[in-house]
Structure formats: C-alpha cells, structure tokens
Design a protein around this ligand. Structure first.
Ligand code: HEC
Ligand code: HEC
Ligand code: HEC
Ligand code: HEC
Length: 160
C-alpha cells in the first residue's frame, strides 16, 4: 500500500511539472494589440526595428531550415514544435524567447498583475536568458556585454 501511494505521488508530481510546460507560443501579433502604443513604450514597434525580428533574414533558404542555425535565429526553432500555436518562424527572435510562452498570461485580467502573469509563465528576463543564444557557439560571437546589449534592445514604459 505504501508503495502504491508513493507511485501515485511520483505520478502526480511528474504530472504537475509537465503542466508548467503546457504554456504555448502564441506569436508577437498577440502582444501587438496591447503593447504597440507610444505612451506605454511601443514595445512591438521597437522589436520590429531590432535585429531580433529580422534574425531569419540573415540566413539563406537552406540555413533557415537547419536546426543548427534556426535554434538561435528564431523562437520557433528553439522550442518544441507541439508548443507552437500562433508563433511563426519568420518572426525570428520573438517576444516569447525572452518573456516566455504567452498562451496563459496574455489575457488582460492576468497581465494587469505581475504576480498572476509570472505564475502563468511570464518571464522578466535577465542576462541568463540572453546568453542561451549570445555565446561562443555562434560563429559571429565577439563577446557579450549585457549592459550595452540591453540598452540596444530596451523597450521600457516611459516614466509617468
Ligand atoms: C490584452 C492586453 C495584453 C496583451 C494581449 C498582452 N499584454 Fe502584456 N501587459 C498588459 C498589461 C495591461 C500590462 C501591465 C500594465 C503595464 O504596466 O503596462 C502588461 C505588462 C506586460 C509586461 C511587464 C510585466 C511587469 O510586471 O513588468 C510584459 C513583459 C508583457 N506585458 C509582455 C507581454 C507579451 C510578451 C505579450 C504577448 C505574448 C503580452 N504582454 C500580451 C496587457 C497585455
Ligand atoms: C548559439 C546561437 C547561434 C547559433 C547556433 C547560430 N547563430 Fe548566427 N548569430 C547568433 C547571434 C547571437 C548573432 C549576433 C552576433 C553576436 O552579437 O553574437 C548571430 C549573427 C549571425 C549573422 C550575422 C548577422 C549580421 O548581419 O551581422 C549571420 C549571417 C549568422 N548569425 C548566421 C548563422 C548561421 C548560418 C548559423 C548556422 C550555421 C548560425 N548563425 C547559428 C546566434 C547564433
Ligand atoms: C533565441 C536567441 C536569442 C536570445 C534569447 C537573445 N538574442 Fe539577441 N540576438 C540573437 C540573434 C540570432 C541576433 C542576430 C540577429 C541577426 O542580425 O541576424 C541577436 C542580436 C542582438 C543584438 C544586435 C547585435 C548588434 O550588434 O547590433 C542585440 C543588441 C541583442 N541581440 C541583445 C540581446 C539581449 C540584451 C538579450 C537578452 C535580454 C538577447 N539579445 C536575447 C538571438 C538571441
Ligand atoms: C531580447 C529579449 C526581449 C525581447 C525579444 C522582448 N523583450 Fe520585452 N523586455 C525585455 C527585458 C530585458 C525587459 C526588462 C525587464 C525588467 O524590467 O526586468 C523587457 C520589458 C518588457 C516590458 C515591460 C516594460 C516596462 O517598463 O514596464 C514589456 C511590456 C515588454 N517587455 C513587452 C515585450 C513585447 C510585446 C515584445 C515583443 C514585441 C518584447 N517585449 C520582446 C527583453 C525582451
């Protein structure tokens, strides 16, 4: 009986840790509807102008299909395909590479609360997230200065 309970517990814990990964990638268009106003930081427009949204354009047609390249040049190539619901490969390095899969946190009622959003998968990224791609595995790597790099892609909400 004790063993049986143990098996159930392991199965239950295993299952709940799977749930955390069930958040899916919805794509930048979903974020655009709420994060494209100049007054609140125009995050979508800032990203469109950045190298991140254009990262797939640096690859040839063959390289674009190569997981060795698209795993860093796109969010799409870096995640399990069954977790992709709206995200497109042409988005390159999209919002959700840094902020986590958005399927559960994007509704307004959740987004209004940082705590609720983070419980539903929202990430406020630190250097750790950047260096999953900005590292010597990239042939073009010339070092990574987090402060300088962050300044180039920052999209804060302007102070009121
Ligand atoms: C329905 C509207 C809506 C959608 C869609 C939406 N957001 Fe938000 N988001 C908000 C609101 C409202 C806030 C909190 C208010 C604020 O300070 O701007 C917020 C805050 C955030 C924050 C800051 C959290 C914090 O506490 O500092 C991030 C990061 C964010 N959203 C990312 C995203 C991403 C990525 C997507 C797309 C996957 C997305 N949002 C989609 C409305 C939305
Ligand atoms: C480990 C992640 C990673 C992998 C794998 C990777 N790249 Fe990159 N790539 C980057 C990053 C990050 C940059 C930006 C340069 C930098 O600051 O390091 C970049 C830059 C580039 C650039 C230069 C863009 C420009 O105009 O300056 C090209 C071209 C490129 N990569 C092609 C490729 C090809 C082709 C492959 C597959 C063989 C590949 N990359 C694999 C992360 C990666
Ligand atoms: C999913 C992989 C990935 C993640 C995560 C990522 N980047 Fe990048 N980043 C790239 C790639 C790929 C490029 C090169 C795009 C191109 O030009 O083809 C790039 C380019 C850049 C550039 C432009 C380089 C230049 O010389 O102008 C900056 C700045 C940058 N990233 C900063 C950051 C910061 C800061 C973070 C973390 C908050 C981050 N990146 C997270 C993949 C990533
Ligand atoms: C290269 C990584 C990266 C990408 C791509 C990215 N962000 Fe961010 N984002 C950050 C970082 C870093 C912060 C600052 C987090 C903090 O305040 O601790 C941030 C902050 C934010 C905030 C909070 C701004 C504030 O000051 O309240 C919002 C909203 C946001 N991002 C939305 C988006 C949306 C929407 C997209 C896609 C269109 C996107 N981000 C793409 C890294 C990224």
């Amino acid at each position: 009986m004790r063993i049986l309970i143990l098996i159930f517990m392991v199965a239950f814990i295993g299952n709940s840790s799977l749930k955390a990964q069930e958040f899916t990638y919805v794509g930048a268009n979903k974020c655009k509807m709420c994060h494209n106003k100049v007054e609140t930081g125009g995050q979508y427009a800032q990203w469109v102008e950045s190298r991140h949204s254009k990262a797939m354009e640096s690859l040839s047609a063959t390289e674009a299909l190569d997981p060795k390249c698209n795993k860093c040049h796109s969010t799409h190539g870096s995640v399990k395909i069954d977790l992709v619901t709206g995200l497109k490969v042409t988005e390159g390095v999209s919002c959700e590479s840094c902020h986590g899969p958005g399927s559960a946190y994007f509704p307004n009622a959740i987004m209004k609360s940082r705590e609720a959003s983070m419980a539903k998968g929202l990430i406020l990224p630190t250097e750790k997230v950047c260096v999953t791609c900005h590292n010597p595995e990239s042939k073009h790597y010339k070092g990574f200065n987090y402060k300088e790099a962050l300044a180039k892609v920052a999209h804060p909400k302007p102070a009121a």
